[in-house]
Design a binder for this molecule. Structure first.
Ligand code: ADP
Length: 533
């Protein structure tokens, strides 16, 4: 067989050759732009030639500091077309982490949304490797661009629309993304062309997300976090219409886009789907969604039920992490699940599901394999062609990548059908009197209560039990519930010793940069809650 290199180049060429008239719709602060794949392809080549003129060559890193917009999508293809590395920078990192990741990656050029410039400006002097800064976007009006920066559109206009892609090897790096660490600075994961190619194919499979030219996709998940789950690469390759929600999209904006563009597939974290559900209840709209894809944190069964039963929108739960490109498992029903009761099917849909074809998973505890009986817990380990094998220049590699497996730091069970069910992140498991309590199970049960909008449960040090669960609950607007009612609702599903010792009413659960519950903040703030007075 031919050894055709698995790179982004044939993906880009296929998309622009076979789907030239397909559309990319991008929201900016001042409205929507619509461009064909043909025009986007031309702009990608122009951007690549402009970057080359700035001295970017193979192996160089180019950082993007952008929302999900047209320039970001162009950068997704233009930077790797030179053999350079697309470093997507998380906009919401604290300043010292931002400086760390840009310097650690050794970014030579940064492409920055004008409206976000005030975040980077104070760091400019400390960015030792950056030679050029390109500004784009219409969000920042009133002041001239800062001295020494370049304008994206001017550069593009000077670029060569016929600029040729570099010869690429499949194992060379295409992208770089940093993932947050529990302690210390973020850790960098390098993606190869081959990994992204195979991962993208994975997203196109009918067994997975089935992304095709019939779809209109909306990546709500940011393109600065794990490549928006790889959707931009896959959707472009397969000729889907792509809708990019632009700067800081609010639920109302997202709902308008879902309705006006008749989006068929959207991807987001549970908190986004929760906010959208609230919006949809306020403002029912005719939608064309064939899949509400949810991952990044556990999808509460109550949320899945709400979408499927009330809005009649199929809900698809997946799991992954930056280190897995990121999609690793998807919870689709198998034929053997079809005759199960609705409740039992919901339990399957709320699990993390089966690995994508091409990946292998196992559970490990104290160095040994854990049986697939749906009961025994162990750390989830993954292998496969789009699973990272190291952190970029980081001593923490050895903790996570051992014996040819990625050790995910997630504690799970696997049932006899091969369905993974995450019990917790290793760091979130609550250890009470030598027994484990799943914070995720408690959260799901609390969020199933009709008056509860959000619930997070964390383990707080306890003088007698080591740790005890403490619940943080956000009540829905206009509703009320007492602690006793809530705990009673946990009812038969939990033993009494597993119940949270107390419920703290909060206006909001603190969130990470991508909208996951930030349990560390709660643990730190309440660490003395059970301390003897
Ligand atoms: P960060 O640590 O910055 O959130 P990642 O996005 O890489 O970075 O997070 C990956 C982690 O998110 C996983 O290890 C897992 O703990 C959690 N996660 C992802 N998807 C799911 C899911 N469907 N259910 C439960 N947890 C999930």
């Amino acid at each position: 067989m031919m050894k055709t290199p698995l790179t982004l180049r044939p993906m880009f060429e296929y998309a622009t050759t076979y789907f030239p008239d397909q559309q990319i719709v991008a929201r900016q602060a001042d409205g929507l732009t619509r461009r064909s794949y043909r025009d986007t392809g031309r702009r990608v080549r122009q951007l690549a030639s402009a970057l080359a003129a700035l001295g970017v060559t193979a192996g160089d890193r180019v950082g993007t500091f952008l929302w999900n917009d047209a320039a970001h999508l162009e950068a997704y293809f233009a930077i790797p077309s030179l053999g350079a590395v697309l470093h997507t920078i998380n906009l919401r990192l604290p300043a010292d982490h931002l400086a760390y990741v840009i310097n650690h990656a050794a970014d030579r050029v940064l492409i920055v949304d004008r409206a976000l410039w005030p975040v980077l400006a104070p760091l400019r002097a400390s960015l030792s490797t950056v030679r050029a800064i390109i500004l784009t976007g219409t969000g920042y009006v009133g002041e001239p661009d800062p001295p020494g920066t370049l304008d994206y559109d001017t550069l593009l206009a000077q670029g060569d629309p016929a600029f040729a892609w570099a010869e690429l090897e499949e194992d060379q790096p295409l992208g770089l993304c940093y993932t947050s660490a529990t302690t210390g600075y973020p850790k960098g994961v390098l993606y190869s062309h081959r990994g992204i190619y195979l991962h993208s194919l994975g997203l196109g499979l009918a067994n997975t997300f089935g992304i095709s030219a019939d779809d209109t996709v909306l990546p709500i998940v940011p393109m600065f976090h794990a490549n928006a789950w790889g959707l931009p690469f896959a959707a472009f390759w397969f000729g889907a219409k792509i809708v990019l929600p632009g700067p800081a999209p609010r639920p109302a904006v997202l709902l308008d886009l879902l309705r006006d563009e008749q989006v068929t597939v959207a991807i987001g974290v549970p908190t986004v789907w929760l906010a959208l559900a609230q919006e949809l209840e306020r403002r029912p709209a005719p939608l064309a969604l064939r899949a509400a894809i949810c991952g990044g944190a556990a999808a509460p069964p109550a949320l899945i039920r709400r979408y499927e039963k009330i809005f009649h929108i199929p809900f698809l739960h997946g799991y992954g992490m930056t280190e897995t490109s990121p999609v690793a498992t998807v919870a689709r029903l198998k034929p053997s699940h079809r005759d199960l009761s609705e409740e039992a099917q919901l339990r399957v849909k709320a699990s993390q599901g089966m690995p994508l074809p091409g990946l292998t998973v196992r559970l490990e505890r104290e160095g040994r394999d854990v049986p697939w009986d749906g009961e025994a817990v162990g750390e989830l380990c993954i292998q496969g062609p789009w699973i990272a094998d190291a952190y970029e220049g980081d001593a923490r590699t050895a903790e996570t990548f051992r014996d040819g497996w990625l050790h995910t730091g997630d504690v799970a069970t696997i049932d006899s059908e091969g369905y993974v069910r995450l019990v917790d992140r290793t760091k979130d498991v609550i250890k009470s009197g030598g027994e484990w309590i799943s914070s995720v199970d408690l959260e799901n049960a609390l969020m199933a209560h009709p008056a509860v909008l959000e619930a997070a449960v964390v383990g707080i040090p306890h003088p007698r039990w080591g740790e005890r669960p403490l619940a943080f609950v956000v009540v829905k607007e206009g509703m009320a519930v007492t602690k006793e009612e809530l705990l009673a609702a946990l009812g038969p599903q939990f033993a009494r010793w597993q119940w949270p010792d107390d419920v703290i009413w909060v206006a909001e659960v603190p969130k990470t940069s991508v909208g996951k519950f930030l349990k560390r903040a709660l643990r730190e703030q309440y660490q003395d809650y059970f301390a003897p007075r």
